[in-house]
Design a protein around this ligand. Structure first.
Ligand code: SF4
Length: 217
């Protein structure tokens, strides 16, 4: 068999897709991040007729190439929260505004085999938007985010996703030195609000793009 690892994950992603659909998520399957981008542009966005877009912090979203494409789209009202030249207080205001857009794009920290999205945020804008606010939400999900259950999801996030994200952001947190969560208490703590999204409400509001690649943290 050629590409046994991709074949393995394809089967796991097919099963996960059925489980997520049973939980009222809309599901799309992509071989890679390039295909995920095409799915958003050609299948998800046209029927939505979205006039405004924004996004939450997500390495996987950036990997699709959609960030630069949508940011520069003159036909869209874009609320960009990534622009590093914008003062912090303006970024906070943009994060508030991003909760009212037509389409919000982001990633997830983990997904369980029974189709539950698990996330942990520093500011909370990403988990807020997944929960309520934007009319539609696209969640990109690389195969490396699949875990067996809620316990494994929380372990993965606290001892892998958060420390690596803190390292990526050059945060002064103890996990950047030890690689383990040290349950820090300072202002730089990036682990503040958990969400467990068992189902999409209304049905289909959250669209999960499953990608057969290791992507994100
Ligand atoms: S709680 Fe603190 S030490 Fe633990 S992962 Fe989060 S930022 Fe790192």
């Amino acid at each position: 068999m050629e590409k046994p690892i991709d074949n393995y994950w394809q089967k796991r992603l097919t099963d996960l897709g059925k489980t997520l659909e049973a939980n009222n998520f809309a599901v799309y399957q992509a071989e890679n991040s390039e295909e995920a981008k095409k799915i958003v542009l050609e299948q998800i966005m046209p029927p939505l007729n979205a006039k405004s877009v924004s996004w939450g912090g997500s390495v996987t979203f950036i990997a699709t190439g959609l960030y630069h494409l949508l940011r520069d789209d003159k036909n869209l009202d874009v609320i960009d929260i990534y622009n590093k030249s914008i003062p912090p207080e303006e970024i906070i205001e943009r994060r508030r505004q991003s909760l009212q857009v037509d389409l919000f794009l982001t990633g997830t920290n983990a997904v369980t085999e029974d189709g539950i999205l698990v996330n942990l945020d520093m500011t909370g804008n990403r988990v807020a938007a997944i929960t309520f606010g934007p009319k539609h939400v696209v969640v990109f999900l690389g195969r490396n985010k699949i875990v067996s259950d809620l316990d494994e999801a929380m372990l993965r996030i606290k001892n892998y996703a958060s420390p690596t994200n803190a390292m990526r952001l050059d945060m002064k947190t103890p996990c950047t030195k030890t690689s383990y969560c040290e349950d820090c208490k300072g202002d730089n703590r990036i682990c503040n609000t958990w969400t467990i999204t068992e189902k999409s409400f209304p049905k289909g509001r959250i669209k999960v793009v499953l990608i057969n690649e290791d992507l994100g943290l």
